[in-house]
Design a protein around this ligand. Structure first.
Ligand code: NAD
Length: 260
């Protein structure tokens, strides 16, 4: 079966989602995966969006469905996610797919979490017994990373906005994942020498270069400083981002094997 992926967006005001869509499309085309982008008008009522999802769920040619974010505020993301056929949920957001992960038998895993863990696996270092610290507790990144690695018998600490003394946790980590969306959050003195640091944050900041303000993408880790302390570190851009797209494509291929 040739896998096919459909991207569904409601309204198109967001420049960052345009970048995601074009990189998804490029990756799909390169791998021979059919990619169709459907753009519903910003004012589309909820019933219309749900109706389109129903149609894609029923269409045997469609193996994967991506719900592009951000969605207009009036649409409840959970209502839309619950409507997806879990076997076409290539972003791994449906509670049934998260449930498989909780049970230790992952099926379609959230792509960013899968990418972050895949980068760690590329080091071929056993996770068992490692002190893993994750900064960020979102459903698509922090929590699924924790579930993936607790299943490998690592010891997990999840930090977030309510954490006192972030440094007391991060500086114990053998393996540190950061997904907070705060540029410069992790400084060199917060990282154990030799640690593996995986930076998931993507932040657009303004920097002055040659007397001009320029926009630049950075992670949550002060890369220049932490690179001197860490044993391994991922850059932003060019680290977790492209691997996330690859994991999405892997999920599409997996999904093509799940649907009849
Ligand atoms: P979110 O906004 O849903 O959650 C942010 C998390 O960080 C929360 O758990 C919050 O409590 C925590 N946090 C915020 N400020 C903090 C602080 N000062 N100290 C400690 N914890 C703090 O985040 P998300 O959707 O998981 O995204 C996180 C980052 O990852 C963002 O920068 C986002 O752009 C990026 N991201 C990257 C990819 C990728 O493909 N590389 C995909 C998704 C998200």
């Amino acid at each position: 079966v040739e896998p096919n992926l459909v991207s569904l967006a409601v309204g198109d005001e967001d420049p960052s989602s345009k970048i995601y869509i074009s990189s998804q499309m490029k990756a799909a085309v390169k791998l021979g995966i059919g990619y169709e982008h459907i753009m519903l008008p910003r004012e589309a009522p909820e019933e219309e969006v749900l109706g389109r999802i129903d149609g894609l769920n029923r269409d045997d040619r469609v193996h994967g469905i991506i719900l592009q974010r951000p969605l207009p505020a009036r649409l409840d993301p959970m209502t839309l996610i619950l409507h997806l056929d879990p076997d076409k949920d290539v972003e791994g957001m449906h509670p049934r797919n998260l449930g498989y992960l909780v049970h230790g038998s992952p099926r379609l895993v959230p792509c960013t979490a899968a990418a972050a863990v895949r980068l760690f696996h590329s080091l071929e270092m056993p996770a068992k017994g490692l002190e893993v610290v994750i900064v960020g507790h979102s459903e698509i990144v922090g929590k699924p990373i924790a579930l993936l690695l607790v299943n490998e018998l690592a010891t997990i600490t999840i930090c977030h906005i309510g954490t006192r003394e972030l440094k007391s946790h991060t500086s114990r980590a053998d393996l540190l994942f950061v997904a907070a969306g705060v540029p410069g959050l992790i400084r060199a003195d917060m990282v154990k020498p030799g640690a593996v640091v995986i930076d998931i944050g993507i932040n657009r900041i303004q920097v002055e270069e040659d007397g001009q303000l320029k926009s630049r993408l950075v992670g949550d880790v002060d890369f220049e400083a932490v690179a001197g302390t860490a044993g391994h570190i991922t850059p932003v851009p060019g680290g977790v981002g492209p691997v996330t797209t690859a994991m999405l494509m892997e999920n599409v291929v997996k999904a093509a094997g799940l649907t009849p």
